[in-house]
Design a protein around this ligand. Sequence first.
Ligand SMILES: [Zn+2]
Length: 492
Amino acid sequence: MQDFLLILLIVFAGFILITLVRAAFYKPKKRDTTPLPPEKVDVDRYVRNLSDAIKIKTISSRDSDRVNWAEFEAFHALLEERYPLIHKTLEKELVSKASLMYRWKGKNPQLKPIALLAHQDVVPISAGTAKDWKYPPFDGTVAEGYIWGRGSLDMKNHLIAVMESIETLLEEGFEPERDVYLCFGHDEEIMLSDDSGALNMARLFKERGIELESVIDEGGAIIPAKIKGLLDINIAGVGIAEKGYADFEIAVTAKGGHSSQPPNHTALGEMAVIIQTIENHQFKAKLTPYLKELFRGVGRHMSYPGRIVTCNLSLLWPVVKAIMKRIPAAASMIRNTTAVTMASGSPAPNVLPQTAKINVNFRIMPGSSIKDVEKHLRKIIKNKNVTIRLVEGKEPSAISPTDSETFKVIEDICYRMNEKNLVAPYLVMGGTDACRYEDVAKNIYRYSPFVFGTELLLTTHGTNERLPIDSVEDAVAFFKRYVRSLAGKESK
Ligand SMILES: [Zn+2]
């Protein structure tokens, strides 16, 4: 017995020793961090133009009659006035009701074009919250180092940055080798529209036989991650895929009648059991390869004490997964999520329900499908009186590669702009226009090159949405470098 304990002790001591040595060598991967030459960026012009863009209420709605199309016309006029060189040099096409497609013709027709995407529309202000804004949501106020207002993060900031970068490249006399498209949808915020501006622009590419080299759209941003003494980096999240979406209506039928003579379980009672079953049968969680890569990347950037733990991440995956499953925001990254969102029963207090209905909202991982969700529901719900119906849905996107020319360009610019940046491919939880282009592009990336903390991220679609002015210069410079790298002389 004593021998056994001794062996155990030696093995343990050996493990600790190996870990201590491994941690010393567990360092960030070698990258080229040579600073890039500075870029000319007119920050004042950007601020003025974004501020004026916010003043135009380009609010989209599912009900086309409720959209004020004059606002979109005003937005187009603003772009035309503020970006004269773009409007002189690029071909502009109006697609669908109000989407804009610009083509900057390249010199070499053999090369596949690239596309820079953005959406012009914004979400409305939730009823009763306008008074909570520090500055009115459609005034485009510039104060306290921020540009305030709806769309300042989602995503007129990005659209204006793209326009600024192209206008400045034109001023500098840049001529692209390949075609560069700018595609600005007008109805991204209306989920699941099967006639959206983005879809119609993608269809145009298809009809014209154009395959795109790559697409870049909104998605991740650069988020500082700081833990005192342990970690001090910026995580540049590049979305390589997005989750799917499905609403299922589940209904239970029963006899109904007067509530004075009820059965043991009414339709609602039966539904309660179904809800419990659904919530108790969550989908299986899986740590995706890109998530593991992110953890490893972050782990390598930690100070020595942190690396003692993170250099053994492979051993810790089951623990990491178990912890993530307990935190809703983390769990959503590793499995299909299930949310029972709506319920209805009888129309009156003293009437037994003849039907009880719920809506269950699912967000689906790439690799899974709406069919898989339906199968899962039919397997776990064992009730003869139930009907399950798909209300609406959108399949998860494909996963874009991380070894494409475009991804490498994004990485290169990020690392050379700030050596604290860590580029992390990740899964986008919400929807973007980007996935509409899957038929015409394999390399689709969702990345907005602005630096801001998570507290600002939460103002997207919320109150006090605002963009830090000090994030502007790098963002515009990013797009200039992006276009120059992909469409410049060295383009392959
Ligand atoms: Zn958006």
